[in-house]
Design a protein around this ligand. Structure first.
Ligand SMILES: *Cc1c(COP(=O)(O)O)cnc(C)c1O
Length: 419
C-alpha cells in the first residue's frame, strides 16, 4: 500500500509503513521472532553485507518488524530515516556518541529528563566530553555557550519536570548559523503536538516507551535523521566523511547504526516494536484526550487552595505559554502538570490518599500517574543540582491519563480534602 504524504496525520499514524500485501493480507505487522535470516546464495549474503540489498542478516543489525516501526516513525516526524532501539536512553546515547569524541562539547538545557542529565553531566564527563548546561529557553545563553569544540545543540521539546518550552525554530537558526545540528528529544510532545524537523531540527529522538506506545507495556527508543543537515560542508565533522560518501544526506543515521547501535548491541525486541505499533494506531485519539484532560485538570487544580504553586504550559501564567502556543498551535499543550503542596510530608500524604491514580515512575501512559521526583528519581542528587534542575522538595509530577476527567479530578480532590 503506497504511502500518501498528503494524508492527514491521524490517517498516517495508522497506515504509514504498512504493506499488508507483503504480509499475506495481515492487517497487523507480523512479529519476526528470529535471530537470523537465511540467504538463498553465498553471493546474496555477501551483497547484503556490502549494503547492496536491504535484506536482513541478524537481529542485532535489523529486523523486519522493527523496520515497519522505523518507516512509520520516519513518516510521522517527516524525517529521512530512523533506527529503533531498546530504550529511549539507548537512542540518546547512540545519537550523542555518534557525534562526540574525547575533548568535544555540546550545549544543552538544564531541564532535562533525569537519566539524560546524569548521562550528560556525569557519564560523558568520564570520557572527557563536556555538556554546557544553560536555561533551555534562553537563546542568547545557548548561543554564547557555543565554541570551536561544540558538536551539537540538544533540547527537549518540553522540559521534564520543569515544563519549559524552548523556541525550537530559534534554536535551529542559532545552530545552523554555527554550522551545528540541532537534536531534539521529542518524547513529551510526540509528533502529534510538535514535529521538530518542520521547525528546523536535524535529528529527533524519542523514548517510545511513553506516549508513542501509550500503554506502559513496551520499552523502546528511536533516532530519526531529517536528512537535511549538510555534514560534508559544515567543517565541524571531518569524521563523518566516510558516512557521507556511503549514505549522503543520511550519513549521521548510518554512523549511529553502523558504528554505535550494532556494536553497542542496543537491539530492539521485535515484540516491543509490535506493541509500540499497536499503541501508535491510537496515538492521535489518545493525545487529543490527554490534552483535553490535562487542561481541565490544570484548571481544576488551579482553583484548589491547598496548592502552593502549579505549572502547566497551557495556562496563561506559565512562563512558556506564548512559546507553547506558537509551537503547538491549537492542538493542546502537554499531558504533564507540575505542582506543589508546600512540603515533602504533605506531598507524601497526598500520594498516599490517592485511590485511582497510579504512583509510579513513568509518563505518557493512558492511566493517570503521579510521582514525587525529589524523593525518588532525584533521591541521590545533591541539593544544588536539584535546585538547578527545579526539583523542589514539594514538586509533584502528574501525567494525566485518558480516563473520564471527572474521575481524575474526583480522585485528586478527595486526596486534597483529606490532607
Ligand atoms: C523516559 C524518557 C527518556 C528515556 O527513555 P527510556 O525509554 O526510559 O530509556 C528520555 N527522554 C524523555 C523526555 C523521557 O521522558
Amino acid at each position: 500500500m503506497a504511502l500518501k504524504k498528503d494524508q492527514h496525520f491521524n490517517t498516517r499514524v495508522i497506515h504509514a509503513g504498512q504493506s499488508p500485501d507483503t504480509w499475506e493480507g495481515s492487517t497487523l505487522p507480523p512479529i519476526f521472532q528470529t535471530a537470523s535470516h537465511a540467504h538463498p546464495t553465498a553471493e546474496n549474503l555477501s551483497q547484503t553485507f556490502g549494503g547492496k540489498t536491504t535484506d536482513h542478516i541478524y537481529m542485532r543489525l535489523t529486523n523486519p518488524t522493527n523496520r515497519v516501526l522505523e518507516e512509520k516513525l520516519t513518516d510521522l516526524e517527516g524525517g529521512g530515516g530512523a533506527v529503533v532501539m531498546s530504550s529511549g536512553m539507548a537512542a540518546i546515547t547512540n545519537a550523542c556518541l555518534a557525534l562526540l569524541r574525547a575533548g568535544d562539547e555540546f550545549v544543552t538545557g538544564n531541564s532535562l529528563f533525569m537519566s539524560s542529565y546524569v548521562l550528560f553531566a556525569n557519564v560523558f564527563k568520564k570520557y572527557n566530553i563536556t555538556a554546557r548546561f544553560v536555561e533551555s529557553t534562553d537563546m542568547a545563553a545557548i548561543e554564547s555557550a557555543i565554541n570551536d569544540k561544540t558538536r551539537f545543540i540538544w533540547l527537549e521539546t518540553i522540559g521534564n519536570p520543569k515544563m519549559d518550552v524552548p523556541d525550537l525554530a530559534a534554536a535551529a537558526e542559532i545552530a545552523h548559523r554555527h554550522a551545528l545540528p540541532l537534536m531534539v528529544d521529542n518524547t513529551m510532545a510526540t509528533p502529534y503536538l510538535c514535529r521538530p524537523i518542520e521547525l528546523g531540527a536535524d535529528v529527533v529522538i524519542h523514548s517510545t516507551t511513553k506516549y508513542l506506545s501509550g500503554h506502559g507495556d513496551a520499552a523502546g527508543g528511536v533516532v530519526i535523521d531529517s536528512g537535511n543537515f549538510n555534514w560534508a560542508d559544515s567543517g565541524r565533522f571531518p569524521d563523518l566523511k566516510p558516512f557521507v560518501d556511503r549514505k549522503g544526506p543520511l550519513a549521521f543515521l548510518d554512523k549511529v547504526w553502523r558504528e554505535h547501535h550494532i556494536n553497542f548491541g542496543t537491539t530492539q525486541a521485535p515484540l516491543h516494536s509490535y506493541l509500540t505499533m499497536i499503541g501508535l494506531d491510537t496515538l492521535a485519539l489518545r493525545m487529543e484526550r490527554h490534552m483535553q484532560n490535562s487542561m481541565a485538570v490544570a484548571k481544576y487544580l488551579q482553583g484548589r487552595k491547598e496548592l502552593a504553586w502549579l505549572n502547566y504550559p497551557g495556562l496563561e501564567d506559565s512562563p512558556s505559554y506564548q512559546t507553547a502556543k506558537k509551537q503547538f498551535g491549537n492542538k493542546g499543550y502537554c499531558g504533564l502538570i507540575a505542582f506543589g503542596l508546600g512540603d515533602q510530608a504533605t506531598s507524601f500524604r497526598f500520594i498516599n490518599n490517592l485511590k485511582m491514580i497510579y504512583h509510579l515512575a513513568n509518563l505518557g501512559d493512558c492511566k493517570t500517574l503521579i510521582i514525587h521526583p525529589y524523593s525518588s528519581q532525584y533521591l541521590s542528587f545533591d541539593e544544588t543540582t536539584r535546585q538547578k534542575l527545579s526539583i523542589h522538595s514539594d514538586l509533584l509530577r502528574l501525567s494525566v491519563g485518558i480516563e473520564a476527567v471527572e474521575d481524575i479530578c474526583n480522585d485528586l480532590g478527595q486526596a486534597l480534602d483529606n490532607l
